[in-house]
Design a protein around this ligand. Structure first.
Ligand code: FAD
Length: 342
């Protein structure tokens, strides 16, 4: 059981900044994210796009903003459960909550801050009848640790940047890489497409287009995939493999949080914005893109503001009656934070 003061669901910009604001109040945080990395939309959807409306930064790349937020929060030593989706919540007799992920990891905290953005990013799965039975037995939708594929035969399918970039990367790691795409043209960066063609001519990537994986073969574990190649004649054949990695992108879904008894309006969680961004369940807050209230704007800086007010309220809930005097970080010298801006 992982225990913390504030359990943050979602490690996007709002969740990451919450760690800093909570840290100033000496509250410990642990973050859960369905993605294998922190940064939410910034790292998943547009890491190379400049953002122009972060106060004090005339321009910052979304990926760099994520790195800066991680750096800023590091001093307060947050814990992370990445690549797992928060699935269920149970209220305990002492008023705390236990949140369990889809992989069974349990977390306990008196405060839950939902910073789930557009929801958890779920992989788009190909329509292959037996795919679910092979999940985690050779079928993976994310690559968490490329070392897992060292010396293995890997089939990747997809036509975007993820499929191209991972094929290029794994060409040096796996014993065999096959990239399958249903069109001859790819959607990813031209540079990556050229690199894949170059690796193909060197015999380091086996490129099959236009084609689709239509079935998986194996007995409890992936042994290969059935490929249908369509040009003029329908042709089916098996490519032997240890892993099949469909990389068809991610789609956000509010997902299991929608069943937690929270008031939901238009796929977002209603909060009390006049006070502290608390939901209809005391002790559960919703901040950032995931919440709604009159006049709501889905912007990063609004998430930062909401996180700041939410932490003040969380402090009062955890320390009832204890007075907290707001000081500026540059002069307060709070333990664990030396007050300086480095
Ligand atoms: P998110 O960034 O969505 O992060 C939420 C995280 O929660 C995700 O990582 C998700 O996986 C996780 N999550 C959700 N549910 C669960 C669950 N059940 N279990 C585990 N994890 C879960 N905003 C600006 O201010 N300026 C801009 O210039 C700007 N440009 C943008 C450009 C694009 C293309 C897009 C798509 C958005 C842009 N935005 C911009 C909006 C901005 O990205 C969002 O406002 C911001 O990302 C919201 O942050 P967040 O932390 O609230 O949510």
């Amino acid at each position: 059981m992982i225990k913390t003061d504030i359990l943050i669901i979602g490690a996007g910009p709002t969740g990451l900044f919450t760690v800093f604001e909570a840290g100033l109040l000496k509250l410990k945080c642990h973050l859960i994210d369905a993605l294998p990395q922190a940064g939410g939309q910034c790292s998943e959807l547009y890491p190379k796009k400049p953002i122009y409306d972060i106060p004090g930064f005339p321009e910052v790349l979304a990926g760099d903003l994520t790195q800066n937020l991680l750096e800023q929060s590091k001093q307060f030593e947050p814990g992370f459960t990445l690549g797992e989706r928060a699935e269920t919540i149970e209220k305990q007799e002492d008023g705390s909550f236990i949140v369990t992920t889809n992989k069974g990891t349990k977390h306990q905290a008196p405060i839950v801050a939902i910073a789930g953005g557009l929801g958890s990013f779920e992989p788009r799965k190909p329509l292959i009848p037996n795919i679910v039975s092979f999940e985690d037995h050779g079928v993976e939708y994310f690559i968490k640790d490329p070392e897992k594929y060292r010396g293995k035969r890997v089939v990747i399918s997809g036509g975007g940047d993820s499929a191209l970039d991972w094929s290029i990367f794994l060409a040096e790691v796996a014993s065999e890489v096959t990239l399958i795409h249903r069109r001859n043209e790819f959607r990813g960066a031209l540079d990556s497409v050229e690199k894949v063609q170059e690796l193909k001519s060197q015999g380091k990537i086996n490129l099959i287009t236009p084609a689709e994986v239509i079935n998986i073969v194996g007995d409890g574990k992936v042994k290969g995939v059935v490929v249908a190649q369509s040009q003029h004649i329908e042709k089916e054949f098996v490519v032997e493999a240890d892993h099949f990695i469909p990389l068809f992108g991610l789609s956000p879904k509010l997902g299991p949080i929608a069943n937690w008894g929270l008031e939901i309006e238009k796929n977002a969680i209603k909060v009390n914005n006049a006070l502290d961004y608390q939901t209809n369940i005391p002790g559960i807050y919703a901040i950032g893109d995931v919440n709604t209230y009159p006049g709501k704007l889905k912007l990063i800086l609004c998430g930062f503001h909401e996180a700041t007010l939410m932490c003040q309220s969380a402090y009062q809930r955890i320390n009832p009656g204890k007075k907290y005097v707001l000081k500026y970080t540059t002069v307060s010298g709070i333990d664990g934070f030396d007050g300086s801006r480095k």
